[in-house]
Structure formats: structure tokens, C-alpha cells
Design a binder for this molecule. Sequence first.
Ligand SMILES: CC(C)(COP(=O)(O)OP(=O)(O)OC[C@H]1O[C@@H](n2cnc3c(N)ncnc32)[C@H](O)[C@@H]1OP(=O)(O)O)[C@@H](O)C(=O)NCCC(=O)NCCS
Length: 159
Amino acid sequence: MTHCSVRAATAADRGLLARATLENLNWNGPRFTMREVEENPRLRHYYDGWPGGDDLGLVAEDAEGVVVGVVWLRFFTAEDPGYGFVADTVPELSIWVLAERRGAGIGGLLLCRVVDAARSRGVAAISLSVEDGNPAARLYARHGFRPAPDGAQGCLLEL
Ligand SMILES: CC(C)(COP(=O)(O)OP(=O)(O)OC[C@H]1O[C@@H](n2cnc3c(N)ncnc32)[C@H](O)[C@@H]1OP(=O)(O)O)[C@@H](O)C(=O)NCCC(=O)NCCS
């Protein structure tokens, strides 16, 4: 794997999180425009106003300082749930890697690091939503995510 450094994501990374949200929604081809994401509260809330409360995230940069990936957690509520919502104590994970850098271990690195960070803050579980057919599901399964119990949507990793 090429060398990457990892730093904390901040509110100043809003544009990065917006791009990542759009590209994640379009993982299997163009379905949404940035404008549609910005205008849809159920999509925009993945990045708008992030970080709130206990949200946390990490940005991977290559040796030249180019951003190559990002992972972030957001706590949603039953009144305003994400697609992988399980409980308001369980943050939902989003992850994205620059297209030309995928498959080189960056996503796995970010996943490990954010799980460690969440665990050290006392977070009990992390959820996520992944659509059928997305190869990312294999990555999540390798890192211990399992289908959420009790008919809830999404996948769950107990920490
Ligand atoms: C999912 C993603 C973050 C993984 O990052 P990565 O750096 O490619 O991951 P790694 O190299 O650490 O691990 C490779 C694994 O990632 C997944 N992966 C690899 N290329 C991928 C791609 N183009 N799209 C989706 N997942 C991919 C596979 O599970 C792969 O494991 P496999 O080789 O057993 O199939 C990244 O591929 C990506 O941004 N994909 C497009 C957007 C997306 O689907 N995001 C997740 C929405 S739920």
C-alpha cells in the first residue's frame, strides 16, 4: 500500500464529505447530482452540519498531501434517521476512497482506525448501510460488520 497519513476530519472538510456522499450514492453509476443531494434532507444530513456532538472522522492523505479517502461517523436520531439507523447511541459510518486509489488498502486502514477511535471513546457499536451488490460489503464483513438484528436496516459492528 502507498504511504498515507491520517488526520482528524473537521467541519472544514464539508466539501470533501459532500463529494464522498455523492460518490457513495452513485457507487453503481450516476443516480444523483450534487444539487439533488444538497436539496434532499435525507441525503444532505450525512454531511451538513457535521460534526455534531460526538461525531468523529478521519481523512487519509498521500505523501503529497492529496486527500485520498475519508471515513466519518454521524449520530442520527429516530426522528431523522440515516439509511443504516439502528439507535441514537449507534453512529452510522460512511467511507469513501478516491476512485483511482481504490483496492490498495486505504479503505481498510481508515476502517480500522475509526473503529479504534470509536472504541476508545466508549462507543458500543457502529452501523452502516450498504446496497446489495456493492463490493464494499465484503470489506465490511471482513471487519466484523453483520446484518443488524431485529429487522433493522443496515449492518452492525459491536465494539
Ligand atoms: C468501499 C471503499 C471505501 C473501500 O476502500 P478501498 O481503499 O477500495 O478498500 P481496500 O483496498 O482497503 O479493500 C478492498 C475492498 O474494498 C472493496 N472494494 C474494492 N474496490 C471497490 C470499489 N471500486 N467499490 C467498492 N468497493 C470496493 C472490496 O470489498 C475489496 O475487497 P475484495 O478485494 O475482497 O473485493 C472504496 O472502494 C470506495 O470508495 N468505493 C466506492 C464508494 C462506495 O461504495 N462506498 C461505500 C458505500 S456503502
